[in-house]
Design a protein around this ligand. Structure first.
Ligand code: ADP
Ligand code: MG
Length: 327
């Protein structure tokens, strides 16, 4: 299984940022309200994610790290309307095949916390009793220590940390209800307090996308036809300082989708001639049954059941909003 896991790891684990994404999504799926991400040397030396979620019962720990073991899907019908972020059950097994992983967890209602330590060779020690408050800490050390071919493709500490920070930012933008803390080489990078009121949301967008974006953008909120959209789009006057200010979320999941990008670009082009690279933070919500998120292991692609409907909804909503900025 070690080789199989390493192959699967090639799909899921490309760099520290992809490890962070998987671990953070697991924490969110576990209902965490506070998550701390501690990183050393861009995440290559150490990547530790601690949450206060439901935790993993000791008896489930070995299962959690075996490939294709997911506690999140019961049957095919579930696969059709995946609402949780992870559902393939291979992330932990894959990560553990290319790094030294240690998991510590105290499950909700349990009295004793346990830990499981991987040797990076497919072997595991534990579960052994340990001390841990309710929730889970997953520690990933020396990423790719046993796969030099993969390690070769890692960039500088700065670049790897940049990618990782982008992942954490996106998650920060997708979930205002969860407190996020990021620490690099012992120094706090940011803390995002949780809250659902508009003030907290705005502070987050400001902290993550920059104050100029927040000040020079338009807040929109619109629903219809079972679709609901809210978020910020840059006004024509906004001149970007960050290269990548295009954040789109579908039911809380970050998405890079051609249909979405096309609808937004069209609206910008139509209204504001020449604005070819719009900046935005937008959240679309719809019935999970109407969107297929199972398209790609990295899970950035989606397939809408009713593409036309979604495209037109986005286009019209943005068109109308942007037209106001011209008036
Ligand atoms: P998936 O998320 O696709 O189910 P993973 O390999 O990422 O697969 O995780 C395997 C299982 O381990 C999850 O289904 C979940 O039961 C458990 N798990 C992983 N991380 C956590 C966490 N932070 N809190 C609670 N349970 C977790
Ligand atoms: Mg997962």
């Amino acid at each position: 299984p070690q080789l199989v896991n390493q192959i699967a790891a090639g799909e899921v684990v490309e760099r520290p940022a992809s490890v962070a994404k998987e671990l953070l999504e697991n924490s969110l799926d576990a209902g965490a309200r506070r998550i701390t991400i501690e990183v050393e040397q861009g995440g290559v030396k150490l990547l530790r994610v601690r949450d206060d979620g439901r935790g993993i019962p000791a008896s489930d720990l070995p299962l959690a790290v075996s490939s294709h073991a997911t506690s999140k899907l019961q049957d095919q019908a579930d696969l059709e309307r995946v609402a949780t972020l992870g559902f393939r059950g291979e992330a932990l097994a894959s990560i553990a095949s290319v790094a030294r992983v240690k998991i510590r967890s105290l499950a909700e209602g349990a009295e004793q916390a346990h830990e499981l330590a991987g040797d990076g060779q497919g072997g595991w020690e534990g579960p052994l009793p340990t001390a841990h408050p309710q929730g889970t800490t997953v520690e990933v050390r020396e990423l790719f220590f046993n796969t030099p071919g993969r390690r070769k493709f890692l960039r500088t500490e700065r670049t790897e940390f940049g990618h990782l920070e982008t992942v954490v930012r996106r998650i920060g933008l997708s979930r205002n209800d969860v407190e996020l803390r990021l620490i690099h080489n012992g120094k706090p990078v940011f803390t995002l307090p949780a809250g659902e009121d508009q003030g907290v949301r705005e502070r987050r967008v400001g902290a993550l996308c920059g104050q100029p974006f927040l000040e020079d953008s338009l807040y929109i909120e619109h629903s219809g036809a079972g679709l609901s959209l809210h978020g910020w789009v840059a006004r024509p006057s906004f001149s970007r300082s960050q290269p990548d200010l295009q954040h789109f979320f579908v039911n809380g999941r970050m998405v890079r989708d051609r249909l979405v990008a096309h609808a937004i670009r069209q609206a910008y082009r139509d209204v504001l001639f020449g604005q070819r690279h719009p900046a935005y933070v937008l959240h679309l919500s719809l019935d999970p049954a109407l969107v297929d998120v199972n398209a790609h292991p990295q899970k950035h692609e989606v397939r809408f059941r009713e593409q036309r409907l979604v495209h037109d909804f986005l286009f019209r909503t943005l068109h109308e909003a942007l037209a106001q900025t011209r008036a």
